[in-house]
Ligand binder design. Structure first.
Ligand code: CO
Length: 212
């Protein structure tokens, strides 16, 4: 593990040399444009980097990460990334990827005061409120956290489905598909939560937009 910023720069040189050994024209080709097929909305956690855990190269995945992989409708940063990915890059798949043992979800489940962070955690707490009955019924704290992580991913898939310009895309074709995946820090494996959607039909009526 690098300890200093200089080690990161050194690491970059090593990485660049290794890539050139395998594909001498890699950077030349990639420098002209990008056409990733995927948008990844993941957690900022240092242990869940999108390209590494999917064995994908630079150029493969457009990425947005924040604490606990949240989709919040007033987050101009996230919505701009989603808009560009969907409307310009025309990504075919959006992956909301959470992970077991998520510190953000754990913090939201507690009654601890995290200062400024409480404002962000509030959105995660709302997910608890939506699924309070199920979550309260799980006695084991670890299992409850795991389930909370899964439900949070599902709710963020829902939140993306409520974005009007995504629904516009669905009016015109089948893409993008939105997937919910969970990553296990313990074994390094991704699991599909089977909540994939490409329509707004299952959403509450109030969230379904008429074609403009
Ligand atoms: Co996390």
């Amino acid at each position: 593990m690098p300890e200093t910023h200089k080690e990161l720069l050194k690491g970059n040189r090593d990485w660049e040399r290794n890539i050139l050994k395998i594909a001498p024209d890699f950077f030349e080709k990639l420098s002209s444009s990008q056409s990733p097929k995927f948008l990844w909305i993941g957690c900022s956690d240092s242990r869940v980097p999108a390209t590494e855990i999917t064995n994908a190269l630079p150029g493969s995945i457009f990425v947005q990460r924040n604490i606990a992989n949240m989709v919040i409708h007033t987050d101009v940063n996230l919505l701009s990334v989603v808009y560009y990915a969907v409307k310009e890059l025309k990504v075919k798949h959006i992956i909301v990827c959470g992970h077991y043992g998520c510190g953000g979800v754990k913090a939201a489940m507690s009654n601890n005061n995290y200062g400024f962070l409480n404002n962000w955690l509030r959105h995660i707490k709302d997910v608890y409120r939506l699924h309070q009955e199920e979550l309260d019924s799980i006695e084991d704290e670890g299992q409850r956290l795991d389930r909370y992580v899964e439900l949070n991913i599902k709710e963020q898939v829902n939140n993306l489905s409520k974005v009007s310009f995504i629904q516009e895309e669905w009016e015109n074709g089948e893409f993008p598909y939105i997937h919910g995946w969970v990553y296990s820090l313990k074994d390094g494996l991704l699991q599909d939560l089977d909540v994939t959607t490409n329509n707004a039909e299952k959403l509450d009526q109030v969230f379904q937009y008429n074609p403009r």
